[in-house]
Design a protein around this ligand. Structure first.
Ligand code: TPP
Ligand code: MG
Length: 376
């Protein structure tokens, strides 16, 4: 893999030219491609449902919407091995249940968190890994190989480097995907951790979700070059650019980096170009409507990842006739989207998670000081 940034232009996952270089997505079966499409719907529906629950007053906590950024999560997670590690951040809530979901949505033996656990986390119930001790995305689960997310931007990259370094020393071959907003790339710890990973050739793949905004700061006030992937040049590692709206392009770039890392070549950075659909969090929606030009927002949301994927599946002949237009969630704000804009199995899966969480008890009050104060 070259260390130069590759093109953001995404092609069809299958090429008519037999001599064209094979991209990992060209090896995906029709079933895999349709599953990617379904998972985009699942990630979108999770966000839509939570926005609606919040507006109905049935939820507390801040919602950091992943709307319009789903292809980054789905495309990056689809090709991982179950025992690979991930470290999601605030905007990656669906990643907690999407990790190794390819092994079966209802497979009790899969490593990733179940939808019930994630909903319990959101609702602050006893069944959550964090046992209601912290905000939504502040969770992790060692047995699921999910590094605990924290508020300290880029703060999980050194932890991720340590995890895979330990695994390598034990003879393992696991990789770790860390997720970061483009704003976090200015943190000192971002540079220190990636430099460390580069020097020690650790299998750390750093995904930069470049959604053009870090809270109220636009990218031109964050970094003087158009491509955050160029940061990789300073560490002597590959810096790839993916079209963050195209699940197949994200899959391709991540699989290239995974193969490179597993072979012992070390880390990579993958910048996924996307656009933040809403305010930073739901508390910021009204303010964001003032600091962002409506034309910019319209343009940024015009390539919905569900629509991009649908077009490719139609081109490939994997979706035909009424099947191709059965559900139309793209381009709709949460308030406009109805359950029948989503596949029935997606709605049912989340319904079970939400109902489980709502019926679950809150943790007992005596737990409040556990793991905080040491007796005596
Ligand atoms: C070290 C640190 N500084 C500041 C903050 C406050 N903060 C939380 S999210 C955020 C913006 C993050 O922007 P970006 O990294 O682009 O991610 P996005 O929210 O756009 O996905 C800031 C400044 C923080 N959590 N940690
Ligand atoms: Mg950002």
């Amino acid at each position: 893999m070259s260390s130069n940034s590759s093109s953001a232009t995404a092609d069809k996952p299958k090429s008519a030219d037999k001599n064209a270089p094979q991209r990992p997505s060209q090896a995906l079966s029709k079933e895999d491609c349709l599953e990617l499409f379904r998972l985009l719907y699942l990630a979108r529906y999770f966000d839509v449902r939570l926005i609606k629950e919040k507006r109905r007053g049935r939820l507390t906590g801040t919602l950091y919407s992943s709307h319009n950024q789903e292809a980054i999560l789905v495309g990056s997670l689809f090709g991982l091995q179950p025992n690979d590690w991930i470290s999601p951040i605030h905007r990656d809530m669906p990643a907690f249940f999407l990790k190794d979901i390819r092994a079966g949505w209802r497979n009790p033996d899969r490593m990733g968190m179940s939808i019930e656990e994630v909903c319990c986390q959101v609702w602050g119930k006893v069944g959550s890994p964090g046992r209601a001790r912290d905000n939504w995305s502040h969770i992790g689960k060692k047995s699921a190989h999910i590094i605990h997310s924290t508020s300290m931007l880029a703060g999980t990259i050194p932890a991720a480097a340590g995890v895979v370094m330990a695994d390598r020393l034990n003879g393992g071959n696991q990789v770790v995907l860390t997720y970061n907003g483009e704003g976090s790339t200015a943190q000192g710890v971002f540079h220190e951790a990636i430099n460390f990973a580069a020097v020690h050739k650790l299998p750390v793949i750093t995904i930069i979700e470049n959604n053009q905004w870090a809270y109220g700061t636009p990218t031109e006030l964050e970094y003087p070059l158009p491509d955050f992937a160029r940061r990789a040049d300073g560490y002597g590692i590959p810096g790839l650019i993916a079209d963050g709206q195209d699940v197949f392009d994200v899959y391709d770039k991540v699989m290239q980096a995974v193969e490179y890392a597993r072979a012992g070549n070390g880390p990579s950075i993958i910048e996924c170009k996307t656009f933040r659909a809403y305010g930073h969090g739901d508390h910021d929606d009204d303010r964001a409507a003032k600091y962002r030009d409506p034309k910019e927002v319209e343009q940024g949301r015009s390539r919905d990842p569900i629509a991009v994927c649908r077009r490719k599946l139609v081109e490939l002949g994997y979706l035909t006739g009424a099947e191709a237009t059965a559900h139309q969630a793209e381009g709709k704000h949460a308030a406009e989207a109805a359950d029948d804009d989503f596949p029935a199995d997606v709605v049912a899966y989340l319904k079970e998670g939400v109902e489980f969480a709502m019926k679950s008890p809150a943790p007992p009050a005596e737990e409040g000081a556990m793991w905080v104060f040491k007796e005596n």
